[in-house]
Design a protein around this ligand. Structure first.
Ligand code: NAP
Length: 275
């Protein structure tokens, strides 16, 4: 299915690895120009190089196609300077993005008794205030041009909170409440949609890190920890970044114009409720 978004410009935050990368890759494979971002320059450069090969392949697959551009900006998206660097990227569209994929690293786990104001501000900055700042920056331009797609990568913990992830539960729920209102404001009639994707367990570096930590804590092997976790998921496995990216690309498509204000939960059936 042609998603009808070739030639659009997307900003995909935190996209050198994992779920952000999956989203950016799916968009490049639809002919979308991307500005991608991460803090670590080496992994980002490597990802951009691979995307440029995919962009050239997309263009070569049919006559008349122009290869989408891939622009990489090494910066911390949770800082004002980082966001300015992304928005002022040379060759990029400035603030005139058609698609915004909000993403950043998740806050650390822990005991709520230990979190001071600084820990909360950091979590809120990364997982609530940064997405809000970027939405504020791009949304009016999208509405004026009559097309916009905003996708927030949040977490299944928004729907089913995880006790040790209180910083994430709180910050991401704040973002979810905010976008629920904005998605239903006047921008809804101007071609702009806002949706969130709530990942369950996906096989990324982040999951590998939590598996290693659990293995160390429990004395079990990493393979045993993986197997035990996957047994808890009705699908019997983790999701892949490619599967996640495909959902994101669809939400950014012309076909998804009537889906807004939704929280999509790809988790292999792990959430046990009916609603
Ligand atoms: P990942 O594999 O560790 O990838 C994270 C990506 O974000 C990397 O490219 C990283 O690059 C970049 N990044 C992190 N902090 C950044 C910052 N401040 N500014 C710019 N780039 C930044 O993680 P993931 O699994 O894709 O997770 C993505 C998000 O989904 C996280 O918020 C995570 O908590 C959430 N999530 C994931 C899962 C899962 O199963 N994977 C489940 C629920 C929620 P640099 O480190 O070089 O900056």
């Amino acid at each position: 299915m042609d998603l009808g978004i070739a030639g659009k410009w997307a900003l995909v935050c935190a996209a050198s690895k994992g779920l952000g990368r999956g989203c950016a890759q799916a968009l490049v494979n639809e002919g979308v120009n991307v500005v991608i971002n991460a803090r670590g320059a080496d992994a980002l450069k490597d990802t951009a190089r691979q995307f440029k090969v995919m962009a050239a392949m997309w263009a070569a697959a049919a006559p008349g196609r122009v290869a989408p551009q891939v622009i990489a900006v090494a910066a911390d998206i949770t800082t004002e300077e980082g966001r300015a660097a992304v928005l002022n990227a040379e060759g990029g569209p400035g603030r005139n993005f058609d698609i915004l994929v909000n993403n950043a690293g998740g806050p650390p786990p822990g005991d709520f008794r230990d979190w001071d104001r600084e820990a909360w501000v950091k979590a809120l900055d990364a997982n609530m205030l940064t997405p809000i700042a970027l939405i504020q920056t791009v949304i009016d331009g999208m509405a004026e041009r009559g097309f916009g797609r905003i996708v927030n990568i949040t977490s299944s913990s928004v729907k089913a909170p995880i006790d040790i992830l209180g910083l994430s539960n709180g910050a991401r729920s704040g973002l979810t409440g905010f976008v629920a209102g904005v998605a239903r404001s006047s921008i809804a009639a101007q071609g702009v949609t806002i949706n969130s994707i709530l990942p369950g367990k996906f096989d990324t570096d982040r999951i590998a890190g939590t598996i290693a930590a659990t293995a160390q804590k429990t004395g079990k092997s990493e393979a045993d920890v993986r197997a035990a976790q996957q047994k808890q998921i009705p699908a019997g496995r983790y999701g892949t970044a490619e599967e996640f990216g495909a959902i994101c690309a669809f939400l950014c498509s012309q076909q998804a114009a009537y889906i807004t204000g939704q929280n999509i939960l790809p988790d292999g059936g792990a959430y046990p409720g009916t609603y």
